[in-house]
Design a protein around this ligand. Structure first.
Ligand code: PEP
Ligand code: MG
Length: 701
């Protein structure tokens, strides 16, 4: 017997958090998706081509100016003269001789293509402006960035046809990604996304999920570790990616892919079946949608309706404020798909991580807590009025409801309702028809609204719980994660208690309540949420059948027991362990590897977490199991001993046990202490796990 094992050299593997589950494989394409819509192609041009490149620049300036004037006009109509004035500065920057000279020089002297030259020249000028004392010029740096983006957009349109914007079938590797960029990825054949930063409830992530693009976020240094063209497997089941994997890994993923497809077959069989728990409790299961394509996806899986239509995505993919008629057409096309079921249309919730390029907003230190949602709409009544008119007109022929985002209390709610009444009066006076009893609901996504739910219930027809924001504000933890390890956790006991209260009070008041935040789209939480009292969810269309599967495989008694247990503990870590164990027990049996292959390197044996015995085990037939034992000690988990019986040695099983244990440690937020020397050596060879080690122990220092 030995506590060590021979291991093959591991292929490069990096880990991250699953933001949109699935499996993808393809060549890497490195992009800067937080700054530009697509990668800026860099190309060496010949002396003969320089003049043509400069001419393309001049043409792009003209086109960009024309577009800016249109945007300016739409802003003037919707927001007013002062806001439209902001675009004047951008027009001046577009025509700036310094910019033209810099671009020309880069094309001529460095033989850069015009796209790369524009990007470089804008960068240089932004640096220059940013260093100036005068705040006016520092402000102009942002305008310059915008001007650069506009120019690049026009150049992309006039670009050479052999410079693809996004390579079909690629995996995009980026440091950050904006929602507006993901919105444009639809239909471009992107197979996967790996993002260094990002968060599970960021809007970019929500969109990636709705487009069904397997996505990992929080993958440190992905852009440094992965090179353009590398073959990448995105395992957005287990939360890892393999770079240039060896043949045996590729083969294993072929198997996982087959398992996944088999499970998807099982899920398809659920379409049209009732959404009830095993013991017959009916659950309403609607879809969250952004674009019309989502509505089609929702209809295809027979959603019970649309519980949340994020209309901001209609605005995000435009380059101007959509008019009342344009909005009416968009909303109508969506509602058509779901007829006769209801479509809950949320009025515009822009600001924070959903900026509109044509909507100049004041710069704020904390935009998530600033000018967004209903506050922004109440400050721009024309914008709200136009949207309300479009929705009301649709209510004449389709079952729709109005949902108000970011409500913080009674006054805001009443102001928004007054705006609805005003729009109704105007339509009535003009003889246009609408549903006078159109239901009006409030999002519960601020702590103040949660505290006041009892009183808000007297003013609305329904509630929708936006747990994405609610968690962020309850815990003072950003839903979009930057460098820092976030404390954002929906399983924080404070969140659980608030959710329980919301479900209880709404039921007592007889006000329908649905949960539409991202936790509703994750089957890990389904049992708990039912146990806490929720009977209605609105989820990403791509996850609807997974949730239905989870609902149909639980029963109310079990769910309530889990909720009771969870409500009685006060540590996030303990709650997570309970919820995870519950989910591990009920993961779809038909495809046991659905949540990821557990032994991807070197062995074909699956690794199992034996919670009762506190060990990770791998076993071949009836032989003695290999295991890695541990002991939980308060906040820490001591990894004690790795054991591989003689019959199983030489297959890399010890490495598999440790890898699986460390990945689970990451998921469960364990701090580990590697008492076993094999584990300590493994971590030294795999520095991506170093952050899990409890540094106070000094084991690896
Ligand atoms: C939420 O906050 O949970 C929510 C559904 O709204 P959004 O994610 O669009 O902010
Ligand atoms: Mg929200």
């Amino acid at each position: 017997m030995s506590s060590t094992d021979n291991t093959q050299p591991a292929p490069l593997m990096i880990v991250g958090e699953v933001a949109s589950s699935g499996l993808a494989r393809g060549p890497a394409m490195l992009c800067d998706c937080a700054r530009t819509q697509t990668a800026v192609p860099l190309r060496q041009v010949s002396a003969a081509e320089v003049q043509a490149e400069v001419e393309r620049f001049d043409a792009a300036v003209l086109a960009a100016e024309g577009k800016l004037r249109e945007v300016q006009e739409s802003v003037r109509r919707t927001l007013g003269k002062d806001e439209a004035e902001i675009f004047e500065a951008q027009v001046l920057l577009l025509r700036d001789v310094q910019l033209r000279d810099a671009v020309r020089a880069l094309c001529l002297e460095k033989r850069m293509n015009v796209e790369a030259a524009v990007e470089e020249a804008i960068k240089q000028l932004m640096d220059l402006f940013g260093r100036l004392e005068d705040p006016y010029f520092r402000e102009r740096a942002t305008d310059l960035y915008d001007v650069g983006r506009r120019l690049l957009d026009h150049l992309a349109e006039s670009g050479l046809p052999d410079v693809p914007v996004v390579h079909e079938g690629c995996v995009i590797i980026t440091s950050e990604i904006l929602a507006s960029v993901v919105a444009r990825l639809e239909g471009q054949g992107v197979r996967g996304l790996i993002v260094e930063k990002g968060g599970l409830t960021a809007h970019a992530t929500i969109l990636a999920r709705s487009l069904g693009i397997p996505t990992l976020v929080q993958v440190p240094e992905a852009t440094a570790k992965i090179r353009a063209g590398d073959l990448v497997i995105v395992d957005a089941l287990a939360g890892r990616a393999f770079i240039n994997p060896q043949a045996d890994i590729l083969r294993k993923y072929d198997q996982v892919d087959a398992n996944l497809k088999a499970h998807q077959g099982v899920l398809k069989g659920l379409i049209g079946l009732p959404t009830v728990t095993h013991d017959g409790v009916e659950i309403k299961l609607c879809a969250n949608i952004g674009q019309t394509a989502d509505a089609l996806a929702a209809a295809n899986v027979k959603a019970d309706g649309v519980g949340l239509y994020r209309t901001e995505f209609v605005f995000l993919v435009q380059d101007h404020f959509p008019s009342e008629d344009e909005q009416y057409q968009f909303y109508r096309a969506t509602a058509e798909h779901l007829q006769p079921a209801e479509t809950v249309i949320r009025v515009l919730d822009v600001g924070s991580d959903k900026p509109l390029s044509y909507f100049p907003l004041p710069r704020e230190a904390n935009p998530a807590m600033g000018f967004r949602g209903i506050r922004l709409l109440l400050a721009h009544p024309t914008l709200l009025h136009t949207q309300l008119r479009a929705i009301l007109r649709l209510s004449a022929s389709h079952p729709v409801a109005i949902l108000l985002p970011m409500i913080d209390g009674i006054d805001e709610l009443r102001a928004a309702k007054a705006a609805i009444e005003h729009a109704k009066e105007e339509l009535a006076a003009a003889g246009q028809s609408f549903d006078p009893l159109i239901p009006v609901g409030a999002m519960i996504e601020t702590p103040s609204a949660a505290i006041l739910i009892e009183h808000l219930a007297d003013e609305v027809d329904f509630f929708s719980v936006g747990s994405n924001d609610l968690v962020q504000f309850l815990l003072a933890a950003d839903r979009i994660r930057g460098e820092m390890k976030s404390t954002y956790d929906p399983l924080h006991p404070a969140v659980i208690q608030v959710l329980a209260k919301l479900a209880t009070v709404a039921r007592r008041k007889g006000t329908p309540i649905s949960l539409c935040g991202e936790i509703a789209s994750d089957p890990t939480y389904t049992n708990l949420l039912i146990g806490l009292g929720f009977r209605s969810f609105s989820v990403s269309p791509g996850r609807l059948l997974d949730i239905k599967h989870a609902i149909r495989s639980t029963d109310l008694q079990q769910a309530e027991k889990l909720a009771e247990q969870v409500l009685s503990v006060h540590s996030t870590r303990d709650i997570r362990a309970q919820v995870q164990d519950d989910w591990n027990r009920r993961r779809p049996v038909a495809s046991p590897e659905f949540n990821g292959p557990t032994g991807p390197v070197g062995t074909s044996l699956a690794v199992r977490h034996n919670v009762a015995r506190q060990r990770f085990e791998a076993q071949a037939g009836e032989s003695a199991p290999a295991f890695l034992s541990y002991r939980a000690e308060g906040e820490r988990v001591i990894l004690k001993h790795t054991f591989v019986p003689d019959a199983l040695r030489g297959q890399g099983i010890a490495a598999d046990l440790v890898r699986v244990a460390l990945e689970e440690a990451r998921q469960r937020h364990w701090k580990i202490v590697p008492h076993c020397s094999y584990v300590a050596g493994f971590i030294e060879r795999h520095p991506e796990f170093c952050d899990l080690v409890d540094r106070q122990e000094g084991n690896l220092d």
